[in-house]
Write a protein that binds this ligand. Structure first.
Ligand code: C2E
Ligand code: CA
Ligand code: CA
Length: 564
């Protein structure tokens, strides 16, 4: 159909009128034809054909309820189940009160009472609804990721739930796709390479999902989602994907990981389906010969455990089940080793599951954002502890807390930390912030800005797990840090061979270049201790001096082991 223009030169909105009685179609048609492009359908089936053909962008559907073939309720259902059509506002034409409530429940925005006796009111309600929907569609433009034009994560999950609601019986697969070492590739081949890689993958999975009646979305960084009809086998898909990437980018280094969770039974919960896909995906990180992993029973057990932890987290905070342990850091370059700080390491003292180590929950709580709540709680406990030791022992050493990369998503982070110090009457160098190297690599500009601000207040910043984050020297020298913590794995392997020992020396050189002291963590033996001392390492943390211990034991260390 040719596009008509309104007198003020705007393209007319198109309204689809669905009613099985010709007379009703004609009355509404006459009422609206001056202001809108009109399409007509005599039942839901014909209406769906028109909507699916996609030749006209329909701005509103007006539908009768009682119709042969596909009735009005069924039509609403089909429209709402289709992510592309779901945003189109639907008004119901009816003479029954009950039906109004039901159709609004199903997602209709409004209704028009039959018989049509007040044309002016009907016209203005339709106009208002279309305006509202236009406004909403501007807001909805955030539903697409700018780079790849895939659905953004939240909208993707929203649409999955809608699909489930209307087609609970379909056999579906929930899939999470990742690229190994995406950051590293960005570093080495450049940002524009990274972007075109993402675009290409997005393109391929979008077509694949479309072909299989599903949808695709993009999460953070190089994570993609698919929710589509169940497939017996994904090997061909992976082969084609890899071939297309190799052809286009002339590179074999791209390792795609795919975690798949098959929906079982009806009433699937989308969040747990994708949690399962994530768990499966994580099992093949770094395994270059494997691209596909399925969620299975073992992982199911892990998933139950994780769900339990998530379920219990609020009680845990209320009942103070999270407690900091403290591990000393000794300065080793003087005649005697001097206690010069400690790291607060969280433990979960669960009333039924026993003492849970952070390795069981930090990643989990980072993946769903709960870590912010947990970290805030621990920082607060640490601040109280410092205040207590200052008051009772008349002394204090700086305590380092871990700041998760996820904590930086909170725009109030700086204020929160500053308030923490002020409210407990501490000074800013009483608490050091340990920030893992990989955090800087993900969002360097934002994080550097926040850290600059915190440092200007007086906070001391330690870069944690140094050597595992792939930050280039260029990035490193622009990052504001005060102390560098060599990752444990370098210490563990430093006596395996000459090459590994050399790695530690190189890291010491980098620290020298950056003009910051080095802490080695995970130091367990006399041998490691004396070698690190020889290499000029300033501080040591590890079982060689002490394991992380509860506050009462650490108080003994403060009293008796300042010098060892
Ligand atoms: P991390 O920050 O790298 O902490 C060092 C880890 O090494 C700790 O494990 C510590 O107990 C362990 N460790 C210390 N010395 C030695 C040693 O000589 N040998 C060996 N084998 N291990 C040693 P932990 O306490 O299990 O914590 C694991 C990770 O959990 C931490 O790694 C940190 O990333 C995270 N974490 C701990 N507490 C918190 C917290 O309050 N907030 C956040 N966001 N993360 C935390
Ligand atoms: Ca740490
Ligand atoms: Ca560390």
């Amino acid at each position: 159909m040719e596009k008509r223009l309104h007198y003020n030169n705007e393209i007319l909105h198109t309204i689809l009128i669905v009613d099985d009685e010709l007379i009703n179609r004609e009355i509404l048609g006459a009422m609206l034809e001056d202001d809108y492009n009109l399409l007509f359908a005599e039942n839901g089936e014909v209406a769906m054909e028109i909507l699916n053909s996609g030749t006209n962008r329909v701005s509103m559907v007006l539908t009768d309820l009682m119709m042969p073939k596909l009735n009005g309720f069924e039509l609403i259902q089909e429209i709402k189940a289709n992510p592309r059509l779901a945003p189109i506002p639907i008004m119901v034409l009816t003479s029954e009160k009950d039906a109004e409530v039901k159709s609004i429940d199903m997602g209709a925005v409004d209704f028009i009472q039959k018989p049509y006796d007040a044309p002016e009111i009907i016209r203005s309600r339709i106009k208002r609804m279309i305006e509202l929907s236009d406004d909403r569609s501007i807001i909805r433009s955030t539903e697409r990721d700018q780079l790849t034009n895939l659905l953004t994560k939240n909208f993707f999950f929203e649409y999955c739930s809608i699909m489930e609601k209307f087609h609970p019986e379909r056999s579906m697969d929930a899939i999470i796709i990742d690229i190994d070492h995406y950051h590293l590739m960005n570093e080495i081949y450049g940002r524009s390479f990274g972007d075109s890689l993402l675009k290409k993958i997005a393109d391929i999975i979008k077509h694949f999902s479309n072909d299989n009646e599903g949808i695709a979305g993009r999460g953070e960084n190089a994570t993609f989602y698919m929710y589509l009809n169940h497939q017996e086998d994904y090997n061909d898909f992976i082969k084609i994907l890899n071939k297309k990437l190799t052809d286009e980018f002339n590179s074999n280094h791209v390792h795609i990981r795919m975690g798949i969770n098959l929906k079982k039974g009806e009433n699937a919960d989308i969040t747990s389906l994708f949690t399962g896909a994530r768990l499966a995906n994580d099992t093949i990180i770094g395994q270059f010969h494997k691209s596909i992993a399925y969620f299975d029973e073992n992982l199911q057990e892990k998933a139950f455990f994780q769900e339990r932890l998530i379920h219990d987290i609020n009680t845990a905070i209320e009942e103070k089940q999270f407690i900091p342990y403290f591990q000393p850091k000794y300065s080793i370059q003087g005649d005697k080793n001097v206690l010069s700080g400690c790291e607060a390491l969280i433990r979960w003292n669960h009333p039924e599951l026993g003492m849970i180590s952070p390795n069981s929950f930090i990643n989990l709580f980072e993946s769903n954002g709960l870590i912010q709540m947990v970290d805030t709680f621990i920082w607060n406990e640490v601040a109280k502890q410092i205040k207590h030791w200052k008051e009772t022992l008349g002394m204090s050493i700086p305590i380092s807390v871990n700041v998760s990369r996820i904590d930086f998503f909170d725009p109030g982070l700086s204020d929160k930390l500053i308030k923490l110090i002020e409210e407990h009457g501490l000074s800013f160098d009483d608490i050091h912030l340990e920030i893992t190297e990989s955090a800087y690599v993900e969002h360097p500009e934002t994080i550097i800005q926040i850290i600059e601000n915190l440092r200007s207040k007086g906070f001391v910043i330690e870069m944690d797990d140094f050597g595992t984050g792939y930050s280039s020297l260029g990035v490193l020298s622009s990052i504001p840090i005060d102390i560098l913590k060599i990752d444990m794995k370098f210490i563990r392997s430093m006596h395996d061979n000459e090459k590994n020992r050399r790695m530690v020396e190189i890291i010491m050189d980098i620290a020298k270049m950056l003009n910051v002291p080095v802490i080695a963590e995970g130091v367990e033996t006399q041998n490691q201790y004396s070698d690190l001392k020889g290499l000029g390492c300033e501080m040591i943390q590890g079982y060689y001096f002490s394991r992380p211990v509860p506050s009462e034991e650490f108080e003994q260390i403060l009293k008796e082991k300042m010098y060892v």
